[in-house]
Design a protein around this ligand. Structure first.
Ligand code: MG
Ligand code: MG
Length: 281
């Protein structure tokens, strides 16, 4: 065994990874159009939530706005009912709403937003069997300039990724660019949570990290037409470590209390580049 593994290592880590990594399912143009229709609802929800974000509004109220809009549009909220091995009960809402030092998977409830807070809103919708997934962090009223820079850097890191996504690129090239951009701004990239392939299921292969390391490079993949990815950098203002202090196992927070931002789009790779399916077009 030892000999075999050293031979495999000599023959190139990417070859062994290619053998073991599950193959992502490529989507047809028809499926991509169905995902765009789901993505349009997601975009409408995020725009409506943006209009409701202000001091005094509760995170639960934002969820009610989202849930109504999704149902009216004939969609199904993807997050409601999700279960993981680390959580005590199925996710109870349509939106994940994470405030300030909360990174992802915040459960909407009675918490009222305050002037100067930031609120990350993640929305997933299934329509006619296909999914869209997008997230955005909103400022509540006026925020500190350093907080503004955290939001702007995170959003710019997503756009920088999208600019690079085209057939023939390896994901590690994109992920490395995200990481370098974020870290050179003095912030850090969350490692415990990553983006994902998406299609008829919200979470499909491959995993889509926003950083590179040895393990990530072993699971690297080539971008090709028909691949659809949810790209979602989560950026912390200070150290990258996150933890869960929520007894339900859902809400993730930064370990050091720094604040965190999250931007996400569902992006299809096309013959000539890419097509963002959750930008409302
Ligand atoms: Mg999402
Ligand atoms: Mg996602």
């Amino acid at each position: 065994m030892k000999e075999l593994s050293s031979i495999l290592r000599r023959s190139g880590a990417s070859q062994t990874a290619a053998r073991s990594a599950p193959r992502p399912v490529l989507k047809s143009p028809r499926e991509i159009e169905l995902m765009r229709a789901a993505g349009r609802i997601v975009r409408q929800v995020l725009e409506e939530v943006r209009r409701h974000v202000r001091p005094g509004v509760s995170t639960g109220e934002l969820n009610v706005v989202a849930e109504e809009l999704i149902r009216q549009a004939g969609g199904e909220p993807l997050f409601r009912g999700q279960e993981t091995t680390a959580t005590k009960f199925p996710f109870p809402a349509a939106l994940c709403v994470s405030v300030n030092d909360e990174v992802v998977h915040g459960i909407p409830g009675p918490r009222a937003l305050k002037e100067g807070d930031i609120v990350s809103v993640d929305c997933g919708v299934r329509l006619r069997g296909y999914c869209g997934d997008s997230a955005e962090t909103f400022a509540v009223g006026r925020v500190h300039p350093d907080v503004r820079r955290l939001l702007d850097t995170t959003q710019a890191s997503l756009h920088l990724a999208i600019e690079r996504m085209r057939p023939g690129m390896y994901w590690s090239e994109v992920a490395g660019a995200i990481q370098q951009y974020v870290e050179s701004a003095g912030f850090s990239v969350v490692r415990e949570f990553v983006g994902h392939g998406i299609g008829s299921q919200m979470h499909e292969e491959p995993k889509v990290p926003n950083f590179t390391d040895r393990k990530q490079r072993q699971q690297d993949f080539l971008l090709q037409p028909g691949l659809v990815l949810a790209v979602e950098p989560m950026v912390n203002s200070r150290r990258r470590e996150v933890e869960c202090r929520d007894p339900s196992g859902w809400t993730q927070v930064t370990r050091d209390g720094g604040w965190s931002a999250h931007f996400e789009h569902t992006v299809a790779i096309t013959e000539s580049g890419n097509d963002v399916l959750t930008d409302g077009r």
